[in-house]
Design a binder for this molecule. Structure first.
Ligand code: ZN
Length: 183
């Protein structure tokens, strides 16, 4: 039986003439071609034109990553759930692939910036009356054989000045180191 199917956009309800490809929305409920939600080329073009990203601000809290996006046309999307995935960032809002890739490059910059001050490695050395650490951050900062001790107040003191963000991590790493040595 040959049937016909009028092409109507599920977004703007207009009839349309398809280009080389048909756009449609994934819909797992549809089991007939009549249930397919087509989208016309005009709506696709409008959608792609709209998604020119001006700024994107990522943040992560309790292992949930979100992004707030401002588009060139002024539209703001606040705190969209998002996941970096193979050179793209997928968000809870449906966005064109090109914009996903743009998001990924912004994400990569943000990610290396936040990791910059994190310790890549850290080792301790116990010598007679002297404990030292050597460490390096992801940003490439190195500290070699810095003697340290904990004073009466339990605060860490180092023989040469070390930035606060490094010290915090040294304290955590040293606690682990001590625990492992007790075993
Ligand atoms: Zn349309």
């Amino acid at each position: 039986m040959i049937r016909t199917l009028p092409l109507v956009c599920s977004n703007c309800d207009n009839k349309f003439v398809p280009a080389e490809e048909l756009y449609y929305r994934d819909n797992f409920m549809s089991n007939s071609i009549r249930d397919v939600h087509f989208i016309c080329p005009d709506c696709i073009k409008r959608w792609k034109d709209k998604w020119r990203i001006k700024t994107a601000v990522f943040s992560e809290k309790d292992y949930v990553m979100t992004v707030s996006i401002t588009l060139e046309d002024g539209t703001i999307y606040k705190n969209l759930d998002c996941t970096p995935l193979e050179e793209t960032v997928v968000t809870s809002e449906e966005i064109p692939e090109e914009a996903q890739r743009r998001l990924f490059s912004i994400y990569t910059e943000w990610d290396s910036e936040r990791k910059k001050n994190s310790l890549k490695d850290c080792t301790f050395k116990d010598e007679f009356m002297r404990t030292t650490f050597s460490c390096e951050t992801y940003g490439g900062e190195k500290f070699n054989d810095i003697a340290f001790r904990f004073n009466m107040k339990g605060q860490i003191e180092t023989e040469t000045p070390v930035p606060e963000y490094v010290l915090k991590q040294i304290i955590d790493a040293y606690r682990l180191y001590e625990m492992q040595n007790k075993e």
